[in-house]
Design a protein around this ligand. Structure first.
Ligand SMILES: Cc1cc2nc3c(=O)[nH]c(=O)nc-3n(C[C@H](O)[C@H](O)[C@H](O)COP(=O)(O)OP(=O)(O)OC[C@H]3O[C@@H](n4cnc5c(N)ncnc54)[C@H](O)[C@@H]3O)c2cc1C
Length: 663
């Protein structure tokens, strides 16, 4: 079937357009409806698409104010803030609204466990001392989506499924230079376009799942941050990705009990021959291997603070095996690692295994005793851990950074545009486990409060339609190029994904980023000039995804290089190699591999946030100081007066720090 497109694009208007139907998008729609904004429309690739409905972990965590003890929004905000690189106003909002958001989910029937008296049970998650974690099991985010979908359907909020957003419609004012988002152009499953126009556009497209070759994002999820970058939307903390050990045939984190049962790490040649316990090749003692494997269970993801000599060495050795030696790595649950003996384990591991009644002879038996669902989960995806080893790699899992929005979740530099969920980069260097889901819910409350108080008096539908037609013309040029291009969409995708995994994942260096960035710029320029081959509607969806993903990979790499060149050093999930570093350390004491010397973190950067914009076909960056957490007293009469005067609807003063482009 030859692809053809109409001259003019049909337009559909609503007061609010919500792009994306993950946990964040659905909640934003619900909150708006509750607040009386009823002329809404959700558009999405599909209700079964995205990360929330397709992913989880051995106990997928939701982070919220603790239900017992002496927790407070201020204490929770301080924990968010302490990790660095996060604005204090956002930390306070995410903490203050967490109870409200969580209780809405409980009231919608999401099965979070409560005791006989209705108290919510909590546990400690990473970067958390207050037991703020809770969970419905492996599929918390899916349970949230299902409950939210039910409520959205009950309220008859329209959802257009099967729509791939290919471009955001926006206009920049000639005199003021202000940019306003006015809607989006999407292609349906037959590749026919439609423009959705709205004065308020909520962008809930999830994290950039399609950027990396080695990734634990669900295969169906690619994200769409590149569409916002193309519009010039400000980003923040882009380099702050998280990476960790994950299975690859079925994408799932191998954290928690998958490591605490202490499986055997093996590698094989590509053809399956030459099996060996490769960790033993690297001057690690058997006891170190056993104890670091156990610790990896809760020291997941990869973290530079767990080096030198700590559980993160496992991620590095897996990386060396898969990327440098080009071998395949597996976890074998059927037999013990060499030298395994219960009494040689650390007291911490012994206690834990004892308490879980997991002292059996083999890893699979220990896992069965500790968490039988963990085995069943793989079985339902066709993988029998009792019979075969599980292939793993170090995979991209989450981006703490993303688009920059104020504390009402409106973009810092694009009016009428509200990024929410993982695409909103509210978190910084680290985040407590479970806070991604909290942030996505809190954001919906803020957006609804803001939009319901700000009717769109400025809206001019004729102008929006004109802008839609001219945006459609621009997009058409690319679409027609794709119908005759030579490179396939999957070849183009694979090229930038491989590049990101090779140089923009957990191991980074100035030299390799500099070289890779040049290649990225070349690939993006070529893609804009030539397109990539699309001969049917499905391929065209991939082609439009490639355009925004390819831009996004370039912007991410530029931001990573700027961060490395700024001298931030190694932090969180990014190890910055520099053999010339005078204060450098090796991941493992006594290692001969000098090329693995890494720069220490310059902790003074934790007080700053890296902002990035794509403007006039190049990236510009700047470091802005973190906003402090407000210390305004909560005096009832003042809050009452301000609340009724709507005095709170102001964003933070936007920074006037100067921008820098790399030469
Ligand atoms: C393996 C794994 C484990 C995790 N565990 C945890 C955890 O324990 N705790 C925690 O807090 N977080 C966890 N996370 C992160 C968390 O699951 C995600 O951040 C969150 O679910 C994202 O929700 P979202 O609504 O922002 O996006 P998503 O759920 O990804 O939804 C995005 C939506 O946008 C749509 N969309 C995207 N692009 C387009 C387009 N171009 N056109 C139309 N529609 C589009 C998608 O189809 C989808 O509907 C985990 C993530 C992974 C991968």
């Amino acid at each position: 079937m030859a692809l053809d497109f109409p001259e003019d694009i049909p337009c559909l208007e609503s007061e609010v357009l919500i792009i994306g139907s993950g946990a964040a998008g659905l909640n934003a729609a619900l909150r708006l409806h509750v607040q009386g904004v009823e002329h809404l429309r959700i558009i999405t690739e599909g209700l079964q698409m995205g990360t929330s409905i397709n992913t989880g972990s051995d106990k997928q965590t939701y982070y919220k104010l603790a239900g017992t003890g002496q927790d407070s929004p201020e204490a929770m905000a301080a924990d968010y803030f302490e990790a660095g690189g996060m604005h204090g106003d956002l930390a306070l909002v995410e903490a203050a609204l967490s109870s409200r958001a969580f209780h809405q989910l409980l009231n919608l029937g999401v099965p979070f466990p409560v005791d006989a008296f209705g108290r919510v049970a909590g546990y400690q998650t990473n970067h958390d001392q207050a037991s703020r974690g809770t969970s419905t099991g492996p599929y918390t985010s899916r349970d949230m989506c299902l409950a939210l979908q039910k409520e959205i359907q009950r309220r008859n909020i329209p959802i257009d499924e099967g729509m791939e957003v290919a471009k955001l419609i926006h206009q920049t004012h000639g005199q003021t230079g202000e940019t306003r988002c006015m809607g989006a152009i999407a292609l349906d499953r037959t590749a026919q376009p439609r423009a959705y126009l709205a004065p308020h556009v909520i962008f809930a497209v999830g994290g950039p799942g399609g950027l990396y070759h080695q990734s634990v994002y669900p295969k169906v999820h690619n994200g769409a941050i590149g569409l916002a970058m193309e519009m010039g939307a400000r980003c923040r903390s882009l380099p702050e990705f998280q990476f960790g050990l994950s299975s690859t045939a079925f994408r799932w984190n191998v954290s928690g009990s998958y490591m605490q049962c202490i499986p055997r790490f093996i590698s094989r040649a590509q053809d399956g021959s030459d099996e060996k316990e490769f960790l033993l090749d690297h001057s690690l003692s058997q006891t170190e291997i056993l104890n670091w494997t156990f610790l990896k269970g809760y020291q997941w993801p990869f973290h530079t603070a767990k080096l030198p000599g700590g559980s993160s060495i496992l991620d590095i050795l897996v990386h060396i095996e898969t990327t440098q030696k080009k071998r395949r790595v597996f976890l074998d649950f059927r037999t013990n690692p060499q030298g395994y003996a219960f009494k040689t384990l650390s007291p911490e591991a012994q206690d834990y295994l004892h308490c879980c009644h997991s002292v059996q002879e083999r890893p699979i038996e220990r896992l069965q005793a500790m968490n039988p669902k963990a085995i069943k989960l793989y079985r339902t995806h066709g993988i029998e851990l009792e019979k075969e080893p599980l292939e793993i790699a170090v995979c991209a899992q989450h981006n703490n950074g993303g688009l920059a929005a104020d504390h009402w979740w409106q973009s810092e530099n694009i009016q009428g545009f509200y990024p929410v969920g993982e695409v909103n980069g509210s978190h910084g260097v680290a985040r407590p486990g479970g806070s991604a889901l909290n942030s996505g819910q809190v954001g919906g409350f803020r957006i609804a409060d803001f939009i319901s108080a700000h009717p769109a008096t400025h809206w001019n539908p004729h102008k929006a339609q004109e802008q839609a037609q001219s945006s459609w013309k621009e997009l058409q040029t690319y679409l027609y190029q794709c119908t005759t291009a030579t490179k396939t969409a999957m070849d183009v995708r694979s090229e930038f994904q491989q590049r990101m995994t090779a140089i923009g994942a957990h191991i980074r260096s100035s030299k390799r980023l500099t070289q890779g960035l040049k290649e990225a710029q070349h690939q993006f320029a070529q893609l804009l000039q030539e397109g990539c081959l699309a001969q049917n509607p499905q391929e065209l969806w991939h082609a439009v995804k490639n355009r925004q993903l390819c831009l996004a990979h370039l912007v991410y790499l530029d931001a990573m290089l700027f961060q490395v060149e700024s001298g931030v050093g190694s932090r969180s999930s990014a190890l910055v190699l520099n053999p010339e570093e005078t204060n450098g350390q090796l991941p493992l004491a006594g290692w001969e591999k000098k090329e693995w010397k890494f720069s220490p973190e310059d902790v003074s950067f934790r007080d700053y946030i890296l902002e990035t914009e794509w403007k006039h076909n190049r990236c510009q960056h700047r470091w802005v100081p973190c906003h402090p957490i407000s210390d305004e007293p909560l005096w009832f009469e003042s809050v009452w007066a301000n609340y009724h005067q709507s005095a709170y609807f102001q964003g933070w003063k936007i920074s006037d720090e100067r921008w820098h482009s790399r030469a």
